[in-house]
Design a protein around this ligand. Structure first.
Ligand SMILES: NC(=O)c1ccc[n+]([C@@H]2O[C@H](COP(=O)([O-])OP(=O)(O)OC[C@H]3O[C@@H](n4cnc5c(N)ncnc54)[C@H](OP(=O)(O)O)[C@@H]3O)[C@@H](O)[C@H]2O)c1
Length: 265
């Protein structure tokens, strides 16, 4: 379902942003503060989070912050319900995420990293999206944004946990979008290519078609305004996604296996 304000966003409600202490989440906080929206900002690094909150407060908006590690999914669910009780959420943008991949001479990704990515990129944001939906359905309005990645479109041998966790959140968002649309709640899946943030700066090598974090935030807010079910940017990655579905598996396997990628610690 696409169409302006189809999810009946109430401009008086609060905007929750996870991952607000850095990158895309911090830019989204600045953007919604400039629009005069009250903010509920979550992050792990208290100092950087307060810095983002301070800038938003200087625009005259109310800001509530919460420092929480999303490795603890049960705590995140309880915290979302508590925050919604005090600051009713009209928009929940679940932007926090990890971009780790196989490092240096590792044969495969480290087991601990695979677990972290599964929890932070998939399990906790899915559970939070469900908790946000419960709260929003009671009010008959709201919008949820889940941030995936174009990595979800391809099986990446150097980043199995990242591409796998992002494929999981993509499928969850698509299903939740269909389930909630009849109830007046919008869901937008965002699949960015490279965005210039601390996450992408750790990746060694070429980062084609990289966008700024502020441009990414503007695109995301525009997709929410239009109640778009799926935003992919830049457009070239929609083409690559289509090619991925058309190329026969043995050929695709050779191409994907040839890609070299590494990250700084
Ligand atoms: N940058 C890209 O090229 C790119 C491309 C595709 C998709 N994405 C996605 O976009 C989203 C935002 O990433 P970004 O580029 O803005 O990266 P970033 O600048 O590294 O920010 C990541 C954010 O996630 C938070 N976070 C990470 N682990 C957490 C945890 N265990 N508990 C709570 N918060 C945690 C960080 O909090 P602290 O800093 O406070 O620790 C930070 O606020 C992610 O979901 C990412 O996968 C990014």
């Amino acid at each position: 379902m696409t169409g302006k304000v189809a999810s009946r966003m109430d401009e008086g409600g609060y905007v929750l942003i996870t991952g607000a202490s850095s990158g895309i989440g911090a830019e989204l906080a600045a953007l919604y503060a400039a629009r005069g929206r009250g903010l509920v900002l979550w992050g792990r690094d208290a100092v950087r989070l307060e810095n983002v909150a301070g800038h938003a407060r200087s625009r005259g908006v109310k800001v509530h912050t919460r420092v929480l590690d999303l490795m603890d999914g049960a705590a995140a669910i309880a915290a979302l319900r508590e925050d919604d009780g005090s600051y009713p959420l009209d928009l929940a943008i679940l932007a926090a995420g990890l971009g780790d991949m196989r490092r240096g001479n590792d044969v495969v990704e480290r087991a601990e990293d695979v677990l972290r990515l599964g929890l932070v990129n998939y399990a906790t944001p899915s559970a939070m999206a469900a908790a946000a939906a419960e709260c929003m359905v009671k009010r008959g309005r709201g919008h949820i944004v889940l941030i995936g990645s174009v990595a979800a479109f391809h099986a990446l041998p150097f980043a199995a946990a990242y591409s796998g966790s992002k494929a999981g959140i993509k499928r969850f968002a698509e299903a939740q979008q269909m389930a909630l649309a009849p109830l007046g709640i919008g869901v937008t899946l965002v699949s960015p290519g490279f965005v210039d943030t601390p996450m992408s700066r750790r990746v060694v090598g070429a980062k084609p078609f990289m966008q700024s974090a502020s441009a990414a935030a503007r695109r995301i807010a525009d997709a929410v305004d239009r109640n778009r079910p799926h935003l992919v940017f830049p457009f070239i990655f929609s083409v690559l996604r289509l090619i991925d579905t058309l190329v026969p598996w043995p050929f695709k396997r050779r191409i994907l296996s040839a890609i070299k990628a590494d990250q700084m610690n």
